[in-house]
Write a protein that binds this ligand. Structure first.
Ligand code: TXA
Ligand code: MG
Length: 290
């Protein structure tokens, strides 16, 4: 565990630090330090073409890294920032290409977590941060998840349990029609209500425009079986009745199943959960069926 002040010093020196956000813990590095960013990819075992999200604490930081800021951006942030919405914009040339996985766009997000805001503001530049887990593993929602993946000496700032529990919604404003790249707790409908138009989706079969979405993700070691009836011999079960099939606790429960040595995680799908687009997206991806 390290203090906010220590985190700021380590980040300025160009070393990654895990920081809390309201969605999941992030593995942060200053955006203008390509060597620090390379360390993030190396630590996570992350494919080089999977772009990172830049976390900002004020709008000047967005202007520093984004080339064009359309009016729709302001409409969205007025309603959803600070919070779990990432907006993809054309990037400026000063943003190192390692940060964006070779893309000419950059995802930006202003987290609502006070500790995250303080750290970004103190470092003074946007911090790029993917989720602070080994690539492919469930995202971390508390410091012990980060230590599980990176060892107990890894520098983490404790900000408690992440309130949202799954990663931000990602929407791209790079093209004429805004596109939903990753569902999250801010729903498609809420975004459409602000934009007053239907969102587009990346077409199947095309190169995914959120490159991260093409990799197996969020996966525990145990096999996930989604069922309508749980067999009597089932040992580890996620179901809404027990408040366990829920975005906030979803990743923590996948990690718990692995710690307990479960071979199968049984998921009892109910009508409420199956309508939760973000939860279903993570569940299907974790089970390898999406
Ligand atoms: O809630 C979150 O977004 C967390 C916290 C730490 O902020 N971060 C997070 O980062 O989930 P990561 O790296 O695990 O996921 C980033 C996602 C990936 O699917 C990536 O492909 C997409 O956002 N993405 C980032 N920049 C993009 C860009 N320029 N164009 C398209 N997709 C982008
Ligand atoms: Mg991730």
């Amino acid at each position: 565990m390290i203090s906010v002040e220590q985190a700021v010093l380590i980040l300025k020196k160009g070393e990654p630090v895990a920081i809390p956000t309201e969605t999941v813990y992030g593995l942060a590095a200053p955006i203008f330090q390509p060597d620090a960013i390379k360390k993030i990819f190396f630590l996570k075992g992350r494919p080089e073409d999977n772009p990172l999200i830049a976390h900002v604490s004020n709008l000047t930081m967005v202007e520093e890294i984004a080339e064009e800021i359309p009016p729709t951006f302001h409409d969205l942030i007025q309603k959803f920032w600070p919070g779990p919405l990432t907006i993809v914009l054309p990037k400026k040339d000063n943003v190192p290409i390692v940060a964006t996985g070779g893309l000419s766009s950059i995802g930006v997000r202003m987290p609502s977590h006070r500790i995250a805001q303080t750290i970004i503001e103190s470092v003074g530049v946007p911090l790029v941060a993917p989720s602070a887990n080994l690539s492919g593993k469930p995202s971390p929602t508390s410091p012990d998840h980060v230590w599980e993946d990176f060892g107990e000496n890894f520098p983490v700032v404790d900000g408690g349990v992440s309130k949202v529990g799954i990663e931000s919604t990602v929407v791209s404003l790079v093209h004429e029609i805004p596109t939903l790249l990753r569902p999250g707790s801010i729903t498609k409908e809420e975004i459409e209500e602000v934009l007053k138009l239907p969102l587009a989706f990346p077409k199947k079969g095309e190169r995914p425009s959120a490159p991260g979405m093409k990799y197996r993700h969020y996966a525990p070691r145990a096999e996930i079986r989604i069922v309508e009836k749980v067999p009597p011999h089932a040992k580890f079960v996620l179901q809404r009745k027990d408040q366990t099939l829920h975005s906030q606790t979803f990743y923590a429960n996948l990690r718990k199943a692995d710690r307990l040595g479960a071979d199968i995680i049984w998921v009892l799908l109910d009508p409420v959960s199956s309508k939760d687009e973000a939860l279903m997206n993570r569940l299907l991806r974790a089970s390898g069926t999406l």
